[in-house]
Design a protein around this ligand. Structure first.
Ligand SMILES: NC(=O)c1ccc[n+]([C@@H]2O[C@H](COP(=O)([O-])OP(=O)(O)OC[C@H]3O[C@@H](n4cnc5c(N)ncnc54)[C@H](O)[C@@H]3O)[C@@H](O)[C@H]2O)c1
Ligand SMILES: NC(=O)c1ccc[n+]([C@@H]2O[C@H](COP(=O)([O-])OP(=O)(O)OC[C@H]3O[C@@H](n4cnc5c(N)ncnc54)[C@H](O)[C@@H]3O)[C@@H](O)[C@H]2O)c1
Lengths: 207, 207
């Protein structure tokens, strides 16, 4: 069994490698990759060793090859159908965010409980009433739910998604969810970026 | 000097500790904190050692005390005034997101270049034309810029922010920015959460 901490880091390695690839970088040294991922280079070597031999001594890592290998090892080299609940400001931004389908996650359905939003069509998807989620999610082979409701409504959204049959949830609402043990939940929270930028501003000032 | 990798992790420790505090947890073991932060517990001890002695043997860490100490060490125990550029779907969601002011970052001004958006008032802030940023940012002591424009417009937004005098940038647009070496940039990207949820769904299926 691979430790949970390793999985968290591997997901970040793939994200960082993909952004290097977007910048047309083909090879990266283990030091540079380590710095970009906020880990030590010995940690990267240890994590990758679960899956095989990757780096080339004196050269570093071939980015495309490493992305493919990690994705295959994580089992994420395929398309995942998603359903989004809460088509407000953030929900609409997520439905238009090109980076999501680029990573293999396709929003196939969107739900809301506000009559003013139901019937809207965004990026070809018609917003439906939450009460229809139980019939729609299985029919579209949806496996992942996104929650972009206000925090006090997130638990109810999670209950609907789980009852409809999703197998995992990514939530953007700042609220803890009570879910069965076999349903993984990922909480999206960018506050560590705020802390880091503040620290580096101070550091520049003290130079 | 503290390594960049340590700063990245400390910012995540604060974020995780604050979410435990929100769940009214007062003490956390070093194993539990390590798992929640996707690091090993020896890594946490090493990182904190730069700032002093924190954990209590056999008990763990007192959450409130640890948050205060790390924030003071990082120099983020004060309010940061921010300016947001790009008041579209995501921009509006950020201006309403209660988690940002809760962490000490206050959006004081918002800018856009679309005449339909200029003049809107969101959470008491009037959206202004980007051309006014040079006079507004210094007058409000703004130090941090948020970018929530489409990716192909992010560089232009960054140039305006830097010329206006911001000292650091947090960008949500998936595009690399060219900025002077003394301006820190944090890129907000949640794709590692997508990869992690997919992996755990597969893991549940293989049990
Ligand atoms: N993590 C991040 O990156 C991030 C960034 C910005 C905002 N947020 C969070 O995202 C959430 C949404 O913010 P917003 O500005 O889009 O809010 P919003 O009010 O514009 O949108 C919320 C939508 O959810 C709908 N809704 C409410 N309860 C529902 C339910 N039970 N089922 C289905 N739909 C429901 C509403 O009708 C509305 O359309 C908030 O929790 C906010 O704190 C997160
Ligand atoms: N990282 C994340 O969490 C996340 C999530 C969703 C979307 N996004 C990204 O956020 C960005 C915004 O998405 P959206 O759905 O809100 O888009 P949108 O089109 O609704 O909003 C963009 C806004 O930026 C304004 N704008 C464009 N160029 C500008 C400039 N040079 N100066 C000032 N304003 C300018 C537009 O007038 C518009 O109001 C996109 O890049 C998207 O990919 C990021």
């Amino acid at each position: 069994r691979i430790p949970k901490a390793t999985i968290g880091r591997l997901a970040v390695y793939v994200q960082v490698l993909e952004s290097l690839r977007r910048d047309r970088v083909e090879v990266v040294s283990s030091e540079k990759l380590a710095q970009a991922c906020s880990v030590n280079s010995s940690q990267i070597r240890k994590d990758l060793a679960y899956f095989g031999e990757f780096g080339v001594r004196g050269v570093g890592y071939y980015i495309q090859e490493l992305i493919t290998s990690i994705k295959r090892s994580l089992g994420i080299d395929r398309v995942w159908n998603c359903a989004l609940v809460g088509v407000g400001n953030l929900g609409r931004a997520l439905m238009k965010h090109r980076d999501i389908p680029r990573k293999g996650f396709v929003i196939k359905a969107a739900f809301d409980c506000d009559p003013d939003r139901i019937g809207l069509v965004i990026k070809g998807i018609e917003v439906m009433c939450l009460s229809r989620i139980k019939e729609v999610v299985p029919s579209l082979d949806v496996e992942v739910g996104f929650i972009s409701t206000p925090p006090e409504r997130a638990q109810r959204a999670a209950n609907f998604l789980i009852e409809a049959g999703v197998r995992g949830i990514v939530t953007f609402a700042p609220a803890r969810l009570e879910v069965p043990a076999n349903i993984p939940v990922e909480y999206v929270d960018f506050s560590h970026h705020l802390y880091a930028v503040a620290f580096y501003i101070n550091q520049e000032a003290n130079k």
